[in-house]
Design a protein around this ligand. Structure first.
Ligand SMILES: Cc1cc2nc3c(=O)[nH]c(=O)nc-3n(C[C@H](O)[C@H](O)[C@H](O)COP(=O)(O)OP(=O)(O)OC[C@H]3O[C@@H](n4cnc5c(N)ncnc54)[C@H](O)[C@@H]3O)c2cc1C
Length: 404
């Protein structure tokens, strides 16, 4: 190898420009790696769905991984950046949805609720994402070769390392398991319905924020749900604010409509949500026609170890550990993955540590942590379905902190 080849930065191909892929791309770029990011979508705006995500225990690691100019733009992603982030705003409250009594309240110092779409836009700045690149295959050749990625359009790309951050139905995971069914994401048996609402009425928005300034959870005899603020146009005029409400229920409890989005989803969610205490029920009943609505079955995959192809291919984020949304852990673990993957590649590059051992150690830790978090999320869902067992939930006993 010539001196100029030896000093070339290591080339990392990241498959998937969701939050995990974009965050990892910034972290690697900031530390001198040559990074290429690929995504199957046509553009950053191709997928209109949005949801809110609470950044909490992993927020310090998240900001540490990003360049200063991106950190400076993070307020653009916060659902309500104008709030006075006091003790109350940095908490999560859970109500009994039947009575309105507080079941428990967790303090999450420094936490911020963001829009997934807005954060993705902020994170995409400064990253040259190659759109319309759907990964089809990975050729790992012999252990010392670069890895060759082939996309649906026939284009290929070679890299020293490949990170699969391509979400719950990860193609990279499928390829790592040679197409074995054991790598397939599993339906959880729990449904998730969302309504994004613009009431155009300050008093109705007050009803939402009176439950909590950021977002509140309810647990009732016929399901679990929540509500909160999604976007603030004019901070002085609440009639311009966008709010959301969500609902989770056991799939077997209700017959689903044929179409799981749009008016059919909204009608179904309204018709099947009744008996809640006024402050939650009224939000459902007031939801205007035409509000964005969709229903999904939440999916999981309990992470299991895989062959990293001599330390050249691994996973991060939902590709590695898709879990239920309980306690908002999914992206927190993705941040840990990005942090640990960066550390692993730095060890290989700067300390000359062996590639296979280092990447396998990264992957093994992630699999163990991810599997535990996925199982915990399933257990939380089970316990949340009965008001009698809510008190046994991790959410009630030890809060939203790191538990895996
Ligand atoms: C309603 C909801 C609420 C949530 N709340 C929280 C919360 O409060 N706190 C928290 O920590 N987490 C939360 N999460 C979880 C969090 O949203 C996810 O963990 C995180 O967004 C995962 O990002 P990702 O980049 O790993 O995956 P994704 O966002 O799925 O991104 C994967 C990307 O890969 C691309 N891709 C897929 N296949 C291919 C292919 N073959 N070739 C090329 N590209 C491909 C896709 O187009 C996509 O852009 C929540 C999730 C939901 C749904």
């Amino acid at each position: 190898m010539s001196a100029s080849e030896a000093s070339k930065p290591l080339k990392v191909a990241i498959v998937g420009a969701g939050l995990t892929g974009l965050l990892t791309a910034h972290a690697l770029k900031k530390n001198g790696f040559d990074v290429a990011v690929f995504d199957r979508e046509h553009s950053i705006d191709a997928r209109p769905r949005d949801w809110t995500i609470l950044l909490h225990w992993a927020l310090p690691a998240f900001t540490k991984l990003l360049p200063q100019e991106v950190v400076a733009k993070l307020p653009e992603a916060i659902c309500n950046p104008n709030l006075d982030f006091d003790h109350e705003a940095e908490s999560v409250v859970c109500y009994n949805g039947d009575t309105g009594n507080v079941l428990f309240k967790n303090h999450l110092p420094g936490s911020r609720r963001i829009s997934r779409q807005k954060l993705r836009r902020v994170l995409a700045e400064g990253i040259d994402v190659k759109w319309d690149k759907r990964l089809e295959s990975i050729d790992t050749g012999s252990g010392s070769d670069p890895v060759r990625l082939t996309f649906e359009d026939g284009e290929t790309f070679e890299a020293d390392y490949v990170l699969g951050s391509d979400g719950a139905r990860s193609k990279v995971r499928e390829l790592l398991f040679n197409g074995d069914k054991i790598a397939e994401v599993q339906p959880s048996g729990f449904m998730f319905g969302t309504c994004i609402v613009k009431f155009g009425d300050a008093a109705k928005v007050e009803t939402v924020i009176n439950t909590h300034p950021v977002a509140a959870i309810w647990m009732a005899s016929n399901g679990v749900g929540g509500c909160g603020v999604m976007e603030v146009d004019d901070p002085e005029d609440k009639s311009t604010w966008t709010t959301f409400w969500v609902k989770i229920w056991r799939r077997s409890a209700l017959n689903l409509p044929a179409v799981l989005y749009g008016p059919d989803a909204l009608n179904f969610l309204k018709e099947t949500t009744s008996g809640l205490v006024e402050k939650f029920q009224s939000q459902v009943d007031w939801t205007p026609e035409g509000s964005t609505s969709y229903i999904d079955e939440m999916k999981t995959w309990v992470s299991i170890p895989f062959d990293t192809r001599a330390g050249r291919v691994t996973l991060a984020g939902d590709a590695a550990h898709p879990m239920l949304i309980y306690r908002g852990q999914g992206f927190q673990h993705a941040i840990m993955d990005a942090n640990n993957y960066l550390d692993a590649l730095v060890k290989i590059r700067d300390a000359g540590e062996p590639r296979e051992a280092v990447v396998s150690a990264y992957s093994d830790e992630m699999v163990e942590r991810g599997a535990k978090a996925v199982k915990q999320s399933l257990q939380e869902a089970e316990l949340s379905m009965d008001l009698e067992s809510v008190g046994k939930m991790l959410m009630a006993k030890q809060g939203h902190g790191k538990s895996a």
